[in-house]
Design a protein around this ligand. Sequence first.
Ligand SMILES: NC(=O)c1ccc[n+]([C@@H]2O[C@H](COP(=O)([O-])OP(=O)(O)OC[C@H]3O[C@@H](n4cnc5c(N)ncnc54)[C@H](O)[C@@H]3O)[C@@H](O)[C@H]2O)c1
Length: 351
Amino acid sequence: MNEARIAVVGAGQIGRRHIEEISKNPGATISAIVDPMQGAAALARRVGRPLYDTLEACITADRPDGVVLATPNRLHVPQGLACIAAGIPVLIEKPLAHDLDEGERLVAAAEKVGARVLVGHHRLYSPLLRRTVEAVRAGILGRIVGVIGSAVFYKPDAYFDGPNTWRREPGAGPLLINMIHEIGNLRAMVGEIAAVQAVASNAVRGFPIEDTVAVTLRFVDGALGTFLLSDTAASARSWEQTSRENDAYPTYPDEDAYTILGTEGSLAVPSLRLKRYAKLESRSWFEPFACDTLPVERADPLAEQITHFVAVIRGEATPLVSARDGLQNLRVVDAIMRAARAGGTVEVPAG
Ligand SMILES: NC(=O)c1ccc[n+]([C@@H]2O[C@H](COP(=O)([O-])OP(=O)(O)OC[C@H]3O[C@@H](n4cnc5c(N)ncnc54)[C@H](O)[C@@H]3O)[C@@H](O)[C@H]2O)c1
């Protein structure tokens, strides 16, 4: 079968990773790059593919089999709608949209015509996450009581400067850029989220967006969770710095991003260190745990996501993370934002 010809729109930080993964994938090839910034020309020359200033020009002249949208959040919906209107399958980077109304608009348009839309929550392809979900579903932790999670790290100051000032603006804060990944993780590991409470601060960076947020979660089946998010904390307690799934980050095997707590045991993720009572009948905090590490075969989730997108383009698979699923992650983040503004508990609308 011919390689799927994929155009990458937005050749920035994550767009370049997609270009690399598509180029390596035996089922895919780059058809074109779309980016109005000067720096993209050298990249297009190196890849040996045409460069367009706009998605529309690319669709008209190149007619790719699929499009990856790796542009700033506010462009996801207009560019996603352009792909849907042209009948081209699209992988939209997370978040699906920069606000909930826009996300609803995109889902309605996609579902109306049965468009193939995949949302870039690539951690869902992580063998570490899959192994965790398997372990929880198999009941090895007993009934799930709660989860403690964190995404606390220090983003370089240049990340917010020069051409990157879009990252200081509402719609591009760490809740929409980073927490949205964690919501995908939490929903997969523990289940649907029913309600949230939150406190947000911008005291350190002083931008119009949050830099640190503390969140309390209630899951549909009654489990509770706490989560601390910060892009200005000199810490390694994040998925990126502990999962060893992205070479761009140094890693710290002594740290974890999550601990999932059950009535029979607890699992640290992504190290997959398991503590379980050997004798359940006498379980107690006075009894020692049997400690183990769950085995897992590693793979690069971003590469796996491209393989899946190729299958979606070919009509051989339905999107693992659909537009509606991406919207549910957005609903939870939106509820966190509202809770942080107004205080109190905010219920999350069901999907
Ligand atoms: N899945 C992940 O782990 C992950 C990681 C980083 C970023 N992201 C997401 O990817 C998106 C991009 O983030 P980034 O960090 O790569 O940003 P970035 O600023 O590094 O890159 C964005 C690129 O889009 C280009 N661009 C701007 N307007 C455009 C237009 N109209 N048409 C085509 N290109 C245009 C810019 O020139 C820039 O090169 C964001 O939505 C972000 O949330 C996802």
